[in-house]
Write a protein of this length. Structure first.
Length: 393
């Protein structure tokens, strides 16, 4: 039997990045004590107000269908949040509720690009980006974020990558996997390119509340960008609720109309009880969000300090997000081999970044998603393993 060409387009290089994660899960299920630092799955408790509102909604039987684009009050709350943070107008008609930031990126690209179009993305990329672009039939064009530049964008290289086929420039800050937080000047320069060439600027801002080196600059805050900006975000990281699969897209009202048609035949709206919990999160700035950011800032400093002792390795202290990047090329092992042997010998699971793009080859992404003591133990085990390699053991 034959399958659609789609199955090949969504099986990008990034799908292989999960091999160590899958093997670590198998070992954990078999009873091994594995320190899991592969995915950005927060270990902290979500804000109590969010959980209480969700549970209350379930008890009130809020288990029926919701609006295709989300409850009006929820869309208004998201718009108010965006307007308050950006200083630019935003209304409910600019907002669509989607199944997480991942689902939001998929939906957005389906509506913005198609066969024959090009989408410019700075790499390293998050592992699913290639498949999202492939799913809509467009071609991914990558521009490197170089380690020697702290993984910040090369604006000249982005400009040089634009062709008549370019439809979208896609950015992500704080950046996954590198932790770079783009400066205001960098974001403004990319926005100017989009205005000049009449391109969409898609901004994955899921880590916006976890910027700690400098303030996050959202593209919606830039004057003159409302007509061509598409912002995707969620509560998954900031409020420690990835299982909610709750996110949103902010863009021009016409985009929301197209998203309505897409979501109508995909999800037919999101769970009502989840939307009520999300509303509790969005009506006010909860103190737990600031506490989570402080957790990741402190953990990033601790892990970076520990890993600086690993021989033949180079750590990149992150400027935001919930990951630390470790360059292991000096050990003589590939990132995949290093991660595989680390799992086997030290029972620590990290993610090799070779599938994230050429600029990430030889790097490991280490998630800061474990309690401090467990995270410190993992850092010490990584250093110990690197020392055994250096000593030829």
């Amino acid at each position: 039997m034959r399958y659609s060409p789609l199955v090949d387009r969504v099986a990008g290089r990034g799908s292989g990045a999960w091999a160590v994660h899958i093997e670590a899960g198998r070992r954990r299920d078999a009873g091994e004590d594995i320190i899991f630092l592969t995915v950005g799955d927060p270990d902290q408790a979500p804000p109590s107000a969010v959980i209480e509102a969700t549970v209350s909604a379930l008890h009130r039987h809020r288990t029926g269908y919701a609006g295709i684009l989300g409850f009006p009050a929820l869309r208004e709350a998201i718009a108010a949040r965006v307007a308050q943070r950006s200083g630019q107008p935003c209304a409910a008609e600019n907002v669509a509720v989607v199944p997480g930031a991942q689902g939001g990126l998929y939906c957005a690209l389906q509506c913005l690009a198609g066969s024959g179009d090009e989408v410019i993305v700075a790499e390293p990329i998050y592992a699913t980006y290639e498949a999202v672009i492939g799913a809509c039939g467009a071609r991914m064009v990558t521009v490197p974020l170089r380690p020697e530049a702290g993984f910040h964008p090369d604006l000249d290289a982005i400009a040089a990558a634009i062709t008549p086929k370019t439809r979208v420039i896609w950015i992500n800050s704080p950046h996954n996997p590198t932790g770079a937080v783009f400066t205001r000047a960098e974001v403004e320069a990319i926005a100017a390119l989009c205005r000049e060439h009449d391109l969409w600027l898609v901004s994955d801002e899921v880590y916006e509340d976890l910027a700690f080196a400098r303030p996050h600059v959202g593209v919606w805050s830039l004057p003159g960008m409302a007509r061509c900006s598409v912002v995707v975000s969620s509560l998954s990281k900031s409020h420690a609720v990835p299982a909610f699969r709750f996110g949103w897209i902010v863009g021009p009202p016409d985009l929301a109309k197209h998203l309505f048609n897409l979501l109508l035949c995909m999800t037919y709206g999101g769970p009502a009880f989840i939307q009520e919990g999300a509303l509790a999160a969005l009506k006010q700035e909860l103190p737990e969000v600031a506490a989570l950011r402080e957790d990741y800032r402190r953990r990033a400093e601790m892990m970076s300090r520990l890993l600086s002792e690993a021989p033949n390795c180079r750590v990149t202290p992150p400027e935001g997000g919930m990951f630390v990047l470790l360059d292991v090329r000096g050990t003589g092992l590939s990132a995949e081999a290093f991660a595989g042997q680390l799992l086997e010998r030290e029972r620590v699971a990290v993610l090799p970044c070779d599938g994230f793009g050429p600029s990430a080859v030889g790097h490991l992404r280490i998630a800061l998603s474990a309690p401090d003591s467990r995270l410190a133990d993992a850092g010490e085990r990584i250093v110990h393993f690197a020392r055994t390699l250096a000593e030829g053991r």
